[in-house]
Design a protein around this ligand. Structure first.
Ligand SMILES: *[C@@H]1O[C@H](CO)[C@@H](O)[C@H](O)[C@H]1NC(C)=O
Ligand SMILES: *[C@@H]1O[C@H](CO)[C@@H](O)[C@H](O)[C@H]1NC(C)=O
Ligand SMILES: *[C@@H]1O[C@H](CO)[C@@H](O)[C@H](O)[C@H]1NC(C)=O
Length: 342
């Protein structure tokens, strides 16, 4: 009796297990068959789970915007100086630890009193120092700012891949504290700049400000880099289109403040990508605006050797080290009769 009962129980258990396996197998076969035939759309549950996963682990090149990043070092009144509202606001991108670079820029093209009768306002936009040296670098920054009063520190880690956020925070600062300035220049820290040519030959203080003006070196037809070891790699997940919009190259571009504020509005809706110059291009395309061509060769994105007269007839040359600027600046400041033609 006992034996028979055991056998029956065992048989029932084995039978259930077998049946269960069979059901699972057939179920899986059916599932793979239907999905390979594309008969069934992914269930909302799976796509929701995938979405949740993506939300928890964002792409390393993705960034969080809009987001209420704070201004940690700020000068709300910087734009309300005794000389009146600025004609040109320079937003200079430097990293926190680049104290010496900022000092050289102040002494050369960043000098606010370089161009007579034109009000220029300079701000260095910086993020947070690396955690490892945070205390030390932050203390240096506060000291530097006490002396010069020209730092604008925003509350996120200062990395190349967060540059778009720095530029957008610069635009937020303008919208909040300096909306009546006429032009804003976004400029990197590794350029030669000739503010006088920019102001008198490109912007023309005596003329009214065109509301939708942006100029620089214009890329008309460029494409995302899709190989992951490229410096400007753009993953298709973050930017699926095959072409970039028309845009002004990042080392230096200038725009009217009214356009800067419209770009900022558009940036609340257009997904941010880490290439800030391309991103500004995306926003102006959404606004239906095209960059205005600048005088030929005025913005050089390739290196050129310094030459007095040539450099007096252009706005910007990329790839100048601060030490080189310091060396050429005294000569650049000299009046040279051989190139006084205009
Ligand atoms: C800025 O330029 C003015 C006019 O050329 C000059 O007098 C002044 O010393 C310069 N300032 C700095 C910090 O180099
Ligand atoms: C950008 O800043 C955020 C906030 O500080 C930080 O978490 C993130 O790592 C930074 N992104 C990159 C690519 O460095
Ligand atoms: C004027 O500039 C030219 C090059 O553009 C240079 O050869 C010449 O030496 C300069 N003259 C003076 C007086 O600096």
């Amino acid at each position: 009796m006992k034996l028979l009962r055991r056998r029956l129980v065992l048989g029932a258990v084995l039978g259930t297990v077998f049946l269960g396996l069979l059901v699972l197998l057939v179920g899986q076969l059916l599932e793979s068959w239907t999905s390979s035939m594309n008969l069934r759309p992914p269930s909302p549950r799976t796509s929701l789970r995938k979405f949740e996963w993506l939300a928890r682990t964002p792409h390393p090149l993705d960034m969080n915007y809009p987001y209420p990043y704070p201004f940690l070092i700020n000068h709300p009144d910087r734009c309300k100086g005794p000389k009146g509202t600025p004609f040109l606001l320079m937003l200079v991108m430097t990293q926190p630890q680049e104290v010496g670079v900022r000092q050289i820029i102040r002494q050369t093209w960043g000098n606010e009193t370089l161009v007579p009768n034109v009000v220029i306002c300079r701000l260095f936009v910086i993020g947070l120092p690396q955690p490892l040296f945070f205390q030390e670098v932050q203390a240096l920054l506060e000291e530097e700012d006490k002396e010069h009063g020209d730092l604008l520190q925003v509350g996120f880690l200062d990395t190349y891949h967060n540059l778009t956020l720095k530029v957008l925070m610069g635009l937020e600062w303008i919208a909040q504290y300096c909306p009546t300035a006429r032009y804003v220049l976004k400029v990197d820290n590794d350029v030669f700049l000739n503010p006088s040519f920019l102001i008198h030959q490109v912007l023309h203080p005596e003329k009214p400000t065109p509301p939708n003006f942006i100029t620089g070196y214009i890329y008309l037809d460029s494409e995302p880099q899709r190989s992951s070891d490229d410096k400007w790699y753009m993953p298709p997940e973050l930017y699926p289109q095959e072409k970039y919009p028309v845009y002004c190259a990042g080392p230096g571009y200038v725009l009217s403040v009214s356009l800067a504020i419209r770009i900022l509005d558009m940036a609340q809706k257009v997904r941010a990508i880490y290439l800030e110059d391309v991103y500004i291009g995306l926003c102006i395309r959404e606004l239906g605006i095209k960059p205005t061509p600048s005088p030929p060769y005025a913005f050089s994105i390739t290196r050129q050797e310094y030459e007095h007269c040539a450099f007096h007839h252009l706005v910007l040359v990329h790839h100048f080290k601060p030490q080189e600027l310091l060396q050429l600046w005294p000569d650049f400041q000299k009046v040279n009769a051989t190139c006084l033609r205009d």
